[in-house]
Design a protein around this ligand. Structure first.
Ligand code: GDP
Ligand code: GDP
Length: 438
């Protein structure tokens, strides 16, 4: 059962990411020193009063404000309206009610989505300031004063949000059931794949009501294991709507990636790789998901003995940032190699959850540093004291060193490659964290 989605919208600098960070607390701190992760962290699993939901900062999804603030905010609001189950609109006490706020509040209210207004930067405790009451003019009944920096009011905010969410279908997660997101451009064959799978295997649950609209969840049990497939209707353009804003269901796709363990990145064999494919794949990679590249429509490719090898080499280049991902050539139409696809999904999922004992890691480290000496700078040499695996999904390794600055990217890459060479970890990204010590 997919978790409900709560989206945060609001003007730049009102404090959306500060509130997001406060609400998501600990989880964010863990990824803080993974380069490129924190900045783009726009989704987070939250738990409040025993209920789980997915929190999204739409300011991170829609970062382009070049064409004007109002347009920017309307796009954010549209994403939230399309995809979220409850919207948190953020404004700031200090700036008062702005024309953009009025426009967006109107748009949100007309959509019929539940909306809660967080008036941020109410930093002093005690009686609410009088200016707070101005915000009732926006027509949003529920106003919660908060301070993202200090954390005041964030509990009330979560209470208000939760009151709008439906948890009646909440089920305990089944750790044996692998959530798989099928992602890719429109028309590559995502729905065909899921339909084909349904035709071959007995369908157990199809989620119709629920919170999902753009994505459909399908549970499948077969000899390869238990799976739940999300066919993301895709990063599909849905035509123009209110105010000429183009509607994308990006959020659902990204949310499907977020809650998956394995991403099947589907491309069309007759078209090959495109920029958009690397964008989608890049997101799965950053989120640390196990990945399989599925080349679909293999049935209609003119092939000889070399075609597959040639294409494999080309794709390895195109997807060089995720060279760990296995490539499977399939046909959703004929069912060709779907057994291989299931085997691969299962395999990469196991790899993503691998835990390597510290002893084995440090034996590897001793061999690796003996073979290629750690770099030095101005007479000072990098010392790698030890490595330990701090978490799984994705496998995350912490190296303890004498000086971070000495642990150059190229040597980190070397150690990462040594880890892969020694322990495999096929099909999954891995993360390397560095800590200074002594
Ligand atoms: P966003 O663009 O909406 O994500 O805004 P940010 O979260 O980046 O915050 C913008 C600025 O407002 C930053 O300098 C924050 O430190 C500041 N800020 C955020 N929340 C509060 C708050 O509760 N009180 C005060 N005084 N400043 C805040
Ligand atoms: P989606 O937008 O990614 O969900 O793509 P669809 O599943 O709707 O498929 C788009 C088109 O490609 C449809 O006309 C399908 O019949 C066709 N298609 C999908 N998979 C295959 C395949 O394996 N072989 C062939 N020949 N056509 C396919």
């Amino acid at each position: 059962m997919p978790k409900p989605i709560v989206a945060i919208v609001g003007r730049p600098n009102v404090g959306k990411s500060t509130i997001f960070n406060k609400l998501t607390g600990q989880r964010l701190a863990i990824v803080e020193d993974t380069p490129g992760v924190t900045r783009d962290r726009i989704f987070c699993d939250c738990e409040w009063n025993g209920h789980q939901f997915l929190l999204v900062d739409t300011g991170g999804i829609e970062p382009n404000i070049d064409d004007g603030l109002l347009m920017h905010m309307r796009r954010q609001a549209q994403i939230a309206i399309d995809s979220a189950d409850c919207v948190v609109m953020v404004t700031e006490l200090t700036a008062g009610v702005t024309p953009q706020d009025i426009d967006i509040a109107g748009m949100l209210m007309r959509s019929g989505k539940p909306v809660v207004l967080a008036v941020n930067k109410c930093d002093s405790v005690g009686e609410p300031p009088l200016e707070l009451y101005d915000f009732y003019s926006l027509g949003i009944g529920e106003i919660i004063p908060v301070s993202g920096v200090h954390g005041h009011g964030t509990g009330d905010l979560l209470d208000a949000v939760l009151a709008h969410l439906d948890f009646s279908n909440e089920e305990p997660e089944d750790a044996d059931r692998i959530p798989v997101a099928v992602i890719g451009r429109p028309n590559v064959g995502k729905s065909s794949l899921v339909n084909r799978i349904l035709g071959e295997d007995r369908m157990i649950v199809a989620n119709e009501a629920g919170t999902t609209r753009d994505a459909i969840d399908t549970a499948v049990d077969n000899k390869y294991g238990k799976f739940i497939f999300t066919d993301t209707a895709g990063l599909r353009k849905k035509g123009k709507v209110e105010n000429g804003i183009e509607r994308y269901s990006v959020l659902r796709s990204l949310a499907a990636v977020e809650r998956s363990r394995v991403c099947v990145i589907m491309i069309d064999a007759t078209e090959g790789f495109t920029e958009q494919d690397s964008k989608v794949a890049g997101y799965a990679h950053e989120q640390g998901k196990a990945c399989v590249i599925a080349v679909n429509k293999w049935d209609i490719v003119d092939k000889d003995t070399y075609t597959m090898d040639t294409m494999r080499k080309q794709l390895a280049e195109d997807f060089s940032f995720m060279s760990y991902a296995p490539i499977v050539f399939i046909s959703a139409k004929t069912g060709q190699r779907l057994d291989k696809l299931f085997e691969t999904i299962r395999f990469v999922d196991e790899q993503n959850g691998t835990r390597i004992p510290t002893g084995a890691l440090n034996e590897m480290l001793a061999r690796a540093t003996a073979r290629v000496q750690p770099p030095s700078d101005k007479g000072k040499r990098l010392k790698l004291f030890y490595i330990t695996q701090s978490s799984t999904r994705p496998p995350t390794f912490v190296s303890f060193v004498n000086q971070k600055a000495l642990f150059h990217f190229s040597y980190q890459r070397y150690i990462e490659n040594q880890i892969r060479e020694t322990f495999g970890l096929t099909g999954t990204p891995i993360r390397m964290l560095v800590r200074e010590h002594g």
